[in-house]
Design a protein around this ligand. Structure first.
Ligand SMILES: C[S@@+](CC[C@H](N)C(=O)[O-])C[C@H]1O[C@@H](n2cnc3c(N)ncnc32)[C@H](O)[C@@H]1O
Length: 367
């Protein structure tokens, strides 16, 4: 059921298009992308602590890397998850850092409840601003976004490597990649309206409250079907945490169209390796807390057919906070009849335009 609801943020009332149908398994849902903002709450932490695809990979890496080592858990959250799991795997000490005050206090209560104060040191703050000694041997940081780098993993882990880790220290996860393929937004929501899930509204308001104004938030599509893809996929953002880790990057990929349809944007999703030689987590094909992100490129859907190709340039550069990336996409769709259609999108971490694309004007109607 579709309706328009109002949210209030900084004295401004916004109208939001809302899908009131309760969320259920197998039914796609639209949310703002939340992970890159300091608005985590118990519900979001629980979606992560119950994500077995994710957790098994982190646990397997800790079993291999933690015994006898000093572990640094960046972004430990309310549950002190990876510091505790590191100790269980045989680490000799855990240092846990958390930036959100409420989560830090819950983690502190957890620490005394588990009687682990001698083995885990808990710090409040952003890892890029804290100092401690001695350095760690292993850094585990689940600060990976649905767009792989969106939560600031490149800048945070480059800093961790230079200031917090022993030479030769290891970072978990090992690698994160953002994949992209051409899609049409309406194909991602067959037989249902394109509107924010009702349960996502408090998070939308928290993001706008945190920033101080509304902006075109990234669109998280939960339960997207791989059948909606119109093209081959290609990696557009690569983060090698134990290799050449870059805080800015620019990739150009050719995405050949594989089936007839209409396209208006790209869908992106995460591939994640906690250890180098494992099968990666794939957020499009597996059930996990990471979802896909839809990024609009064209004002209206353009017909496509096999033989056409989308040339996509995908750039990430640090925003003015020095940690979280802004993304910039440019696209040229080459169709078999010799035409070229051009599209682009600026997707900053915070700020930027509001209601710039038709999809955002539809999601935030003024009348
Ligand atoms: C995706 S959650 C992961 C929570 C928990 N570690 C888990 O894996 O379930 C990311 C957490 O990292 C925190 N965080 C992100 N960047 C951080 C940083 N640079 N320093 C400290 N905490 C950070 C966030 O506040 C959030 O609690």
């Amino acid at each position: 059921m579709l309706n328009i609801q109002e949210i209030k943020s900084h004295g401004r009332t916004l109208r939001v298009r809302v899908d009131r149908e309760p969320e259920r398994e197998g039914r796609p849902a639209l949310w703002p992308s939340v992970g890159e903002y300091p608005i985590y709450d118990p519900f979001l932490y629980t979606t992560m602590t119950t994500d077995s695809e994710r957790n098994e990979r982190f646990r397997a890496a800790l079993r291999q890397l933690a015994p006898g080592r000093r572990i640094l858990d960046i972004g430990t959250g309310q549950d002190l998850l990876w510091a505790r799991e590191g100790l269980q795997a045989g680490a000799r000490h855990g240092l846990a850092v958390e930036i959100i005050e409420d989560a830090f206090h819950k983690a502190a209560a957890n620490l005394s409840a588990c009687d682990l104060q001698d083995q885990i040191t808990l710090l409040l703050g952003e890892s890029t601003n804290v100092q401690f000694a001695p350095r760690a041997d292993v850094c585990v940081a689940e600060i990976i976004g649905s767009l792989a780098g969106a939560e600031g993993a490149a800048a945070v882990l480059a800093d961790a490597r230079s200031r917090h880790l022993e030479p030769g220290g290891v970072i978990v996860p090992h690698r994160a990649v953002t994949q992209a393929a051409a899609v049409c937004l309406s194909d991602l929501f067959p037989d249902q309206p394109v509107a924010f899930a009702e349960a996502s509204l408090p998070y939308l308001r928290s993001i706008f409250d945190w920033h101080g104004a509304p902006f075109d938030v990234r669109l998280r599509v939960e339960g997207a079907s791989p059948r909606a893809l119109l093209s081959e996929s290609a990696p557009v953002e690569v983060l090698d945490f134990n290799g050449n880790l870059r805080t800015g990057q620019r990739t150009t990929a050719r995405l050949p169209i594989t089936r007839p349809g209409h396209m208006d944007g790209v869908l992106t999703w995460l591939n994640l390796w906690c250890l180098p030689d494992e099968e990666p987590l794939d957020a499009l094909h597996m059930k996990t807390n990471w979802a896909t992100i839809y990024l609009p490129l064209f004002d209206s859907p353009v017909p496509v057919a096999p033989g056409d190709a989308l040339d996509l340039t995908f750039a990430a550069s640090l925003s003015d906070d020095g940690v979280h990336p802004d993304y910039q996409l440019t696209a040229a769709l080459h169709t078999a009849d010799g035409q070229e259609h051009h599209g682009s999108l600026a997707s900053p971490h915070h700020g930027g335009s509001f209601r710039a694309y038709p999809i955002y004007r539809s999601l935030f109607p003024t009348s």
